[in-house]
Design a protein around this ligand. Structure first.
Ligand SMILES: [Fe+2]
Ligand SMILES: [Fe+2]
Length: 246
């Protein structure tokens, strides 16, 4: 894996990040504001809130596979922490209540600890793919320019994170796409999509989203990811789609 490339990517991606105008006039109808606040509060905790690092029982082994591995992993989590900060600003803007824990969050962290860092990173990748669907629905229906701008920033980062994982998996196993793990990603994706809709569906519906739209967005992202694994050409594993300032 080209660690220098990813260090550069995460460093460059810190630039040209226009902060959403959190003080802009606010005009969201109350039912929509309340639903958005509930949903963003959970995401603020889950996307970079809590322990923002690898927490699998063998995390140190994963961080030491290469002299630069720990740095790249830390840079990735630093962007996750930034997502939590942005979501916190959005939550304050709409008068939401911050959460410190939920049943789902505790369960998610337990699974990450028990099954080790490789599985943890696989699960986090799936969550990132599924979350792109969530942020696109929020961006489309929130009716608030600063929150839509926040979604755009997070989506930009998550696109890079997904390619980072594709690069990592491709470097690990040239036949990755043929193995059980490609299937596992899809199965985990279905499970994660269902869990997320069960948790957030009522709030996404309240702002105008639909299950069909949610599943379609996630399906497009998942198909693109799996297709890129199947293609298995160097250029798909080495190039970063993000250029800060675009
Ligand atoms: Fe994130
Ligand atoms: Fe991410």
């Amino acid at each position: 894996m080209n660690y220098a490339h990813w260090i550069r990517h995460f460093t460059v991606n810190r630039n040209h990040r226009p902060e959403p105008d959190w003080e802009a006039p606010f005009d969201i109808p109350e039912p929509k504001r309340a639903a958005l606040a509930k949903s963003l509060a959970e995401y603020q905790l889950g996307d970079g809130g809590g322990e923002c690092r690898l927490i699998g029982f063998d995390a140190e082994a994963a961080r030491s596979v290469h002299p630069d591995a720990a740095r790249v992993i830390d840079l990735w989590f630093r962007e996750e922490a930034e997502h939590s900060r942005l979501l916190g600003c959005g939550l304050r803007r709409i008068g939401g209540i911050f959460l410190t824990t939920t049943f789902g969050f505790r369960l998610f962290n337990r699974i990450r600890r028990w099954f080790g860092a490789q599985f943890e990173m696989l699960v986090l990748l799936v969550v990132e793919i599924v979350s792109t669907g969530y942020y696109r629905v929020i961006q489309r229906h929130c009716g608030d320019a600063p929150i839509a701008a926040m979604c755009a920033l997070i989506l930009r980062d998550e696109a890079g994170h997904i390619v980072f994982h594709r690069d990592r998996l491709a470097a690990k196993d040239a036949d990755y796409s043929r193995g059980w793990r490609a299937l596992a990603i899809r199965v985990l994706g279905v499970g994660c999509t269902s869990f997320l809709w069960l948790s957030h569906g009522r709030w996404l519906r309240a702002i105008g989203g639909t299950l069909g739209e949610f599943r379609r967005e996630i399906g497009l992202e998942m198909d693109a990811f799996v297709r890129s694994l199947h293609e298995r050409r160097e250029r798909h594993f080495r190039l970063v789609p993000i250029v800060a300032g675009k």
